[in-house]
Design a protein around this ligand. Sequence first.
Ligand code: ZN
Length: 365
Amino acid sequence: MTERNKNRLLDLLTQEGNNVCADCGCQDPDWASFNLGIYLCVTCAQIHRMLGAHISKVKSIRLDQWNDDQVEFMAANGNQAAKAKYELCVPASYKRPTERDCQVLREQWIRAKYERHEFMDVDKQTYLSGHKTGYLWKRLKGDSRFQSRLFVLSEEENVIKYYNKQDAKEPKAAIKLSNLNAVFVPDKIGNPNGLQISWLKEGITRNIYLYTDDGKDIVEWYNAIRHANYNRLKVAYPGSSDDELSSQLSRDFIKEGWLSKSGPRGVETYRKRWMTLDGRRLLYFQEPLEPHPRGEVFLGNKLDGYFVRDGLPPGKPEEPPNSFSLITPDREYYFSAESVEEQKSWMEALKAACDKPMYPQDKKK
Ligand code: ZN
């Protein structure tokens, strides 16, 4: 490529809107779709390549050859122009993925934009209807198999329910939409479309683990849940902005992984537990995909006596490697991490949770 074309492209990359990836918003994109006229990060560029050249043609800004016409086209278009066209009517409840989100959310966002033109026509946004019915693979309780189950979402009834038998009159469970959280956990479930739904039942967290064969379908379920809750919150908090409401619609886990945990005295055998830090709650499971946690710890504010410390408090025998303690007014918890990095990362995450100010909705349940 001529030096002039290359410099022109690098200059375009510094312009407002082009300096972040058109699809995930991450910094310093250095790929482009030269028929859509947008600048992309390498991960989003790979997704564009999957869509096929009839939809998007991608190449590297620095490493590939660019002719004059292509550079002219890039100059005449760009990320802001594409946004105005392909994101004309993105619902406020729709989860716009960032670079931290999983592949299925990113891929479906990109397909929705450029393949299905979903945000150029509200009629294509079926997840806004307040109803959704279909089959999902659900992990059986106490069993590692997944079986197909009929799920029905009704915004009007504020519920998502599922049936164990095809002809069953009563659902196996009816979960209030306003009480649940949905979070993508592809690695944990072992499926790229893996979704976890959690809710509190009589004060105890209950989880179900789901996936669909089609990525579009699971993202539509996710956005249907978000949209129903958005409409409810919009009525309850009419003064809130769409951004504020949107941030309340689902909650990703802050951190998950294995730790070994001792008992309340710190002298008991350390047992391996799968830990999930979900907002102000630390849940521990014997296995990652259990319906109920073995226990959960509420994390209040440090001013109320919640804090994390390196190692075990003085007087505890035999300190295991990479150990740390979580102190609460009710009880002390003793952990051992698998590596120094994991210890550091868990301690930072727990400390950040205890440092956060408490809001009325944070109260211990
Ligand atoms: Zn990107």
